[in-house]
Design a protein around this ligand. Structure first.
Ligand SMILES: C[S@@+](CC[C@H](N)C(=O)[O-])C[C@H]1O[C@@H](n2cnc3c(N)ncnc32)[C@H](O)[C@@H]1O
Length: 506
């Protein structure tokens, strides 16, 4: 089936002058596909709501622990009819299983049936599950229960004893068939991952993406593109992301936990993909809490010392958590826009650091990395980042590519950074004294890994240049063990890791 619509007036809103055919016909299947795209999905909002209400932690994947919407609403202090509808959508997404319950457990008894939102009776049914715990429930509209800074809070109290304002399920004196008690729900294996303590930490990812900082700023993509140099996030909130999360601890916690979870998932595959044991010393720059470095050290006993260079506040937090049980791991405070603190190392890793920055800043970080690599042919930089296609040709793109292109929108509205294509990466490396040597796709990892080699000519330039790293920072003058180490390297000996307490704290 095709349908037609007149063309000329379409687009007049933009003021653009375009030549159009008077009438176009559009195949219905293409229109349907486009409509699906335009409508998008409620999934992020639904899963966020499910998590923030606390549903995954109130259930298990055991059908014997299944609970009705009425039960859950009473326990989680939220609106049962609305919850039921949300649970059903999440069941359709494959996160929950909805199971019908026998009729005799569904009817509210004697006094008033399903009083949670009903208008009649007021008393509890003798057996009616839907009336159980009704005294704990509320009759407020959406969002009665608030998860705020990690706790469940009742945001607004409503009528709690069955005489409330709901109208669609109220039971009169003779009991009712209560929709919210007619079925019960348990988690699927996928839904189980949404529990707060699940190692996947998907709960936090769902929270992060559903909270206003992320969700609202998406709505400002147009403003971001239209207004040169203004981030969508700033258009939405009048400030930048880091200032914003400073005032919104739940968003800060969700962001930190979600980042930690994705790092944890990536650590093993990245450590396995590249032979880090070629290097005696490895430094993860912007390495967060050190999960990737810990995985590298576990997998490669040949790496004598692993360093994680981070901002002082991050290092303080990581140190509080201990050294991840590894003597060979050391945190170093530093700012990657300044020459790196010693020691020079044989290999620098950067995961999801450069995409946070526009080209000029990313190149500055890379030049400092170049200067911090030990001289010699064996030194390498390992960059773990998305690689976008050079152009998106006709036909469907892979799901992973689509996700990266969408992620690039997130980078655009929330940061000054960007995802990059291979040629953009190559240009950035070339501008900073590096050359791409290999592009690898680790098994079970989302992001590719780029092995990058320092250019020999740049070595000289980096050492003498304005941003000459440790030299410019007075590293050699500082003398001591580092200076001795460099002399040894210059004579062809492998670089020596410093004693654990010899790394100065800037
Ligand atoms: C997107 S996170 C990536 C963290 C980690 N590499 C990972 O893969 O999960 C960027 C990291 O860069 C760190 N960072 C930001 N600015 C920095 C700076 N100027 N110097 C050092 N680290 C910085 C942040 O603290 C953060 O941990």
């Amino acid at each position: 089936m095709v349908y037609s619509y007149p063309g000329p007036h379409i687009g007049s809103r933009t003021g653009a002058v375009v030549r159009r055919r008077a009438v176009r016909t559009v195949p219905a299947d293409k229109a349907a596909a486009l409509e699906t795209l335009i409508r998008g999905s409620w999934a992020p909002n639904a899963i966020y709501s499910l998590c923030r209400l606390g549903v995954p932690d109130a259930l298990t994947d055991d059908p014997r622990d299944a609970a009705t919407a009425a039960d859950l609403a009473a326990r989680l202090h939220c609106n049962a009819p609305c919850l039921l509808r949300l649970l059903r959508l999440c069941a359709a997404y494959g996160l929950l299983v909805e199971v019908p319950r026998p009729q005799n457990t569904v009817r509210g008894g004697g006094g008033g049936g399903c009083g949670i939102h009903g208008s009649g009776g007021g008393g509890r049914g003798a057996k009616g599950d839907c009336a159980a715990d009704v005294s704990q429930s509320t009759t407020t509209d959406n969002g009665a229960a608030e998860r705020s800074e990690g706790t469940l809070m009742q945001a607004a109290a409503g009528d709690i004893n069955g005489s409330g304002n709901g109208s669609d399920n109220g039971g009169g004196g003779g009991g009712c068939v209560c929709r919210e008690a007619a079925t019960s729900f348990h988690l699927t294996e996928t839904g189980l991952m949404l529990q707060e303590e699940h190692p996947s930490q998907m709960n936090w990812l769902a929270l992060m993406l559903g909270l206003p900082g992320h969700y609202v700023s998406r709505g400002y993509l147009y403003d971001n593109v239209k207004e040169v140099g203004r981030m969508g996030f700033e258009a939405a909130f009048g400030t930048d992301w880091y200032s914003y999360v400073g005032r919104h601890p739940l968003e800060a916690a969700a962001f930190d936990q979600a980042m930690t979870a994705t790092s944890a998932a990536a650590a093993g595959p990245v450590a396995a993909a590249y032979d880090f044991s070629r290097h005696a010393t490895v430094m993860d720059v912007g390495g967060g809490q050190g999960m990737l470095m810990a995985a590298i050290l576990h997998r490669h006993p040949g790496v004598r010392m692993g360093f994680v260079m981070e901002l002082p506040s991050v290092v303080a937090g990581a140190r509080r958590m201990g050294q991840r049980g590894l003597e060979r791991l050391q945190y170093v405070e530093g700012d990657f826009f300044q020459p790196f603190p010693p020691p020079r190392v044989d290999c620098i890793v950067m995961r999801l650091v450069l995409h946070d920055w526009p080209d000029a800043q990313a190149a500055a970080v890379l030049r400092h990395a170049r200067a911090a690599l030990a001289p010699g042919p064996g030194s390498r930089l390992v960059v773990v980042e998305a690689v976008l296609p050079e152009a998106v040709g006709p036909g469907a793109v892979e799901a992973a590519t689509l996700q990266q292109l969408e992620f690039d929108m997130g980078m655009m509205v929330m940061t000054t950074g960007r995802e990059r294509s291979l040629s953009e990466w190559e240009a950035l490396f070339a501008a900073s004294g590096f050359r791409l040597e290999a592009l690898m796709q680790p098994d079970c990892a989302k992001l590719p890994l780029m092995v990058v080699r320092p250019e020999p000519e740049a070595e000289v330039e980096a050492a003498g240049g304005e941003e000459g790293g440790r030299e410019a920072a007075g590293g050699e003058e500082a003398g001591g063990e580092e200076a001795g180490g460099e002399e040894a390297e210059a004579e062809g000996e492998p670089p020596q890791p410093p004693a654990p307490d010899s790394v100065p704290v800037p």
